[in-house]
Design a protein around this ligand. Structure first.
Ligand code: NI
Length: 160
C-alpha cells in the first residue's frame, strides 16, 4: 500500500484540466491502487487524480466503503432532479458546505481494461460523481457552496 500526498486548495494542480487517458500502463495501475489506498486512509468517498498531483482523467469513488469504482475518462451523459446537502472534499480539510447537485446522473467511462462502461447513480453516488468529475476540469465544490463554508467541527454535537 502506498499513500500519496493529498493536495490542498491553493495548490495550482487543483485548478488544471486533466488529460484523457489513452492507455492503462503499469504506472497508471499503480496510481489507481495508490488513489484507492489514499482515499480509504483519509476516510473519503472519492478522489480525483489531480488531488494527488497527477493531471489524468481518473477518479476513484466508494460511497459505501465496499464498492470501489475506478472511472477513467468519465463523462456525464444524463442528469436529472436535484438534491441539496452538505459536501466536503479531502482537498479542503475540516470544511463543509451546502451544494445543490442533480439527484441522478448517468456517465460513460472506461474501466481499467479500457473497455467502455456506463454507470447510473442517485443521491450520494450522483453527488460524488459530480464532485469528482468537476475536479478533473479544475473546479472545486467551494465555487458552488450556498451560504458560508463551515467548519466540520462546528457542526458536531458538543457533549457536556
Ligand atoms: Ni473533492
Amino acid at each position: 500500500m502506498a499513500l500519496r500526498q493529498i493536495r490542498v486548495q491553493g495548490d495550482p494542480v487543483l485548478e488544471k484540466v486533466c488529460k484523457e487517458v489513452t492507455e492503462v500502463t503499469p504506472r497508471i495501475k499503480e496510481l489507481i491502487d495508490d488513489m484507492l489506498d489514499t482515499m480509504y486512509e483519509a476516510n473519503g468517498v472519492g478522489l480525483a487524480a489531480n488531488q494527488v498531483g497527477i493531471l489524468k482523467r481518473i477518479v476513484v469513488i466508494d460511497v459505501t466503503g465496499e464498492d470501489p469504482m475506478v472511472l477513467i475518462n468519465p463523462r456525464i451523459i444524463e442528469s436529472n432532479g436535484e438534491q441539496t446537502g452538505n459536501e466536503g472534499c479531502l482537498s479542503v480539510p475540516g470544511k463543509t458546505g451546502v451544494v445543490t447537485r442533480p439527484n441522478y446522473v448517468k456517465i460513460v467511462y472506461k474501466d481499467i481494461e479500457m473497455q467502455d462502461q456506463e454507470l447510473a447513480g442517485t443521491e450520494l453516488l450522483a453527488r460524488a460523481i459530480c464532485h469528482e468529475l468537476e475536479h478533473l476540469d479544475g473546479h472545486m465544490y467551494t465555487e458552488k457552496v450556498e451560504g458560508d463554508l463551515m467548519n466540520v467541527a462546528d457542526l458536531e454535537p458538543v457533549e457536556e
